[in-house]
Write a protein that binds this ligand. Sequence first.
Ligand SMILES: Cc1ncc(COP(=O)(O)O)c(C=O)c1O
Length: 458
Amino acid sequence: MEQRKILLREDEIPRQWYNILADINLNPPLGPDGKPVRPEMLAPVFPMNLIEQEVSTQRWIDIPEEVLGVLNIWRPSPLVRALSLEKALGTPARIYYKNESVSPPGSHKPNTAVPQAYYNKVFGIKRITTETGAGQWGSALAFACSQYGIECKVFMVRISFDQKPYRKSMMATWGANCVASPSSETRAGRAALEKDPNTPGSLGIAISEAIEAAVTDESGQTRYALGSVLNHVLMHQTIIGLEAKKQMEKIGEYPDIIIGCAGGGSNFAGLALPFVYDKIHGKQVAIYPVEPAACPTMTKAPFVYDHGDTAKYTPLLAMHSLGHAFVPPPIHAGGLRYHGMAPIVSQLIDEGIMEPKAVRQEQVFKAGVLAARSEGIIPAPETNHALATVVDEALKAKQEGKEKVILFNWSGHGLIDMAAYDNYFAGKIKDVELAEAEIEKAEAECAGYPKPTHLKHK
Ligand SMILES: Cc1ncc(COP(=O)(O)O)c(C=O)c1O
């Protein structure tokens, strides 16, 4: 019997996060005056202990014991050799994945929800607001808040709210309150509804609503949490890549190719960043973030300064962006319907350290079904994007007769996403590609903002 799972003992869990800001340069976020944002300007939105992490350039940051004591409900997560998928593809490639579907809400998202809830608690915050696309982040934060006794309010993008009613039930079970976005509860939500009462919603609108709900709460004890994009979120997710590295070392392997799906960039970066450190220091490794062709932020959108949300409440971030007003087509991978991309990932793409790929919906679900029928786990539609590229690379290795080592992130399971699979089996999943005119619109939307500079790593 060949070894399938490479496990770490509980006491082998990484005790520090890797902060890539020690090793790369980023264009700073800019305030309304066009000047770099000062940490205190973010104080109404985030607790100061998380703001300090956001701007820190210290390479290793200790994970508090109280955080490890919740993460170990499911961590360390297994590294799995996808033996059955390899066999199904007849590839000489060795394929490994980090199984992040084993967390209570079913994805990688609690890796940052838990520390974010913890740091809010330590700072004396009583209530956290957030947005959610696919529902994975909202349920992760609901779970994390329940661990630390904090109230949680979630604005869920309308299309996903309708497609996945059980995500709302999960959040309610963990004690959170979830409403569809746009909602009539906020000024940003009402403006979006006025513009289009039948809008499917977008992460950009939901973020505006959640920020507004936090900063307008007069008690001063509410803050906002973001499930992706920001530096501290990506740093919390590096526990995935740090574990994966230890697990691969145990069996004497090192990846030739690293793959992850990217919505805001957090699960992909969580896996990839510890390996980016190696690449900066001379290792050869190809690193591919994967997105839907329907929302081609990394592969087609310009690298610009833009807002992270539709109502322009956030600072200007240097990132690949389809424009803050962009409402992506209602594809099933709700977590990949975001107009922007993490500044860290955008910077590493701009520098040529990562090479983004875009995949089409039919190819995505075909790969997901193949993975479910071989490996057994039904993947989240977001994960299917990574799988589509894994299949492409494994078949390329077969054609070239090369024993490539592929490592990817199985970011979540799809057990609450079965409507998407039903649609696929009914032939209703169509390839959607974004019109060039939409990209030009993005450029026009950001034309008045400062331009980011092209930077090199330290
Ligand atoms: C299962 C899953 N994978 C991936 C993503 C994409 O987010 P990110 O790019 O931040 O990892 C999401 C977002 O909701 C998700 O739920």
